[in-house]
Design a binder for this molecule. Structure first.
Ligand code: GTP
Length: 413
């Protein structure tokens, strides 16, 4: 770790953009040519190519509690380097980016209950030895709050979180990092143990899983250039739905599923480059050619970390439960299968706007009878629509092969 701090270039967490200025400013339109511009979220290979002179592609931006044995990076930047060396016990050294050949390892550093519009979920924060970003897993598994689950659906729990991290780790330390069972209250505090994953009911359908890529503009600003905010909301709604079990007699059990939230903003090119791509799109490019013009592939995402997170949650391994994957993207399915993830079914995600227009369904707000807010900027929002979105969706279908039937030409798309 000490060596890593002194010599190893380190990658950067997206939230630190404003804190650490880029070592490699965008060089677009230099000499009349468009040059690849890399943000700190851009792929490491591109950084290294474009920033040959840079000292490192970034500082680390993890916001890590000191009690976990790490040093706050902002505080760290004001300290002399040798003081940064803090031993990290039982960690997978998330501050060090390992060479590509290394097996990806993930560790759930914390878990907590978040009440949402769709019900309570467990938010899991993961560290890994590949990219220094804090990827997330949002787990819907309300059965974990009750003891009267008749059918034995396996709880979706993180193996690395439930593990004992060191000999003398106290119950209260374990509970504080989220390794507890049931609902945590002042009266109820029961530390968890790693579970036996071999007992599950064969009748229970594989859990729904979405691997969602970060989109600040769509999810936080409510941008209507894309449907990412709506997709995140729809995924959380779907994984929280009760599950019908074909047992005898048939039964209904609480929803079970995961949204793995990957910090792969802009299909892996980062927010800065995505913003530039948007300008190119306003100039007439589509999402694919804008990416290519900036020197990227149409899609720079990788899925090893997502697969490792799912495995840590006991899902998708050959021996364990498979997953039903929420996506229209065939490349995502094959990328995941290439990593050995067991995908037993692909479940499409039809844009809400298309469903309403075709009359083939109504937006979930109506089905559920819940009042939703217009727009898609937040979980609990409604459908997103508009000219920019139509162009975006059409490109996904026509140029990226997304498995989504376009609505009829008479519809507004
Ligand atoms: N480069 C680029 N990225 C975009 C653009 N619009 C949205 N994104 C990003 O695309 C990612 C979402 O990926 P999509 O390609 O929309 O969908 P997908 O995950 O491949 O496919 P589905 O699973 O079917 O949703 C998010 O990271 C967004 O930030 C764009 O115009 N250019």
């Amino acid at each position: 770790m000490a060596a890593a701090f002194s010599s190893e270039p380190q990658t950067h967490h997206h939230t630190g953009h404003t804190i650490y200025p880029s070592p490699c400013p965008p060089k677009c339109f230099h000499d009349g040519e468009i040059f690849p511009c890399t943000s700190r979220q851009a792929p490491r290979s591109l950084h290294l190519r474009n920033c040959a002179s840079a000292q490192g592609d970034s500082q680390n931006g993890h916001q890590i509690p000191k009690s976990l044995g790490y040093v706050d990076p902002i505080l760290a930047s004001s300290l002399p380097r040798p003081l940064l060396v803090t031993p990290v016990q039982h960690s997978i050294s998330p501050l060090v980016t390992q060479p590509r050949s290394h097996t990806v390892e993930v560790k759930c550093m914390g878990r907590t209950r978040i009440p949402t519009f769709h019900g309570a979920v467990f938010l899991h924060i993961y560290h890994n030895n590949r990219d220094n970003k804090e990827h997330l897993a949002i787990v819907a598994d309300p059965a974990q709050f009750s003891n009267d689950n008749q059918l034995s659906a396996l709880p979706i729990r993180s193996h690395s979180l439930d593990a004992r991290w060191r000999e003398n780790e106290s119950e209260s330390e374990r509970i504080t990092r989220g390794a507890y069972i049931g609902r945590l209250t002042p009266e109820s505090q029961l530390a968890s143990q790693p579970i036996d994953r071999s007992i599950s009911s064969p009748d229970i359908p594989a859990p729904l899983v979405r691997i969602h890529s970060e989109c600040f503009t769509g999810e936080t600003l409510g941008s209507m250039r894309c449907d990412c905010g709506e997709q995140l909301d729809e995924a959380m709604r779907l994984i929280s739905q009760p599950v019908h079990v074909n047992s005898s007699p048939p039964a209904i059990i609480p929803g079970r599923g995961v949204v793995v939230y990957m910090r792969q903003e802009g299909r892996g090119i980062g927010l800065l480059s995505k913003v530039l791509a948007y300008n190119l799109q306003d100039l007439g490019h589509d999402t694919v050619s804008a990416n290519l013009k900036l020197g990227y592939k149409a899609d720079e995402r990788e899925y090893e970390v997502a697969v490792a997170i799912l495995r840590d949650l006991g899902l998708g391994s050959e021996q364990g439960e498979g997953i039903r994957l929420l996506t229209n993207n065939p490349d995502k399915v094959s990328a995941l299968e290439k990593e050995g993830l067991k995908v037993v079914e692909r479940v499409p995600m039809v844009p809400r706007h298309w469903k309403c227009q075709s009359g083939s369904g109504s937006p979930p707000s109506d089905e559920e009878g819940n009042r939703r807010l217009p727009g898609a900027m937040m979980v609990g929002g409604d459908a997103v629509s508009g000219e920019d979105l139509n162009r975006y969706l059409r490109t996904k279908v026509l140029r990226m092969g997304h498995l989504l039937p376009l609505p009829s030409p008479t519809l507004d798309i």
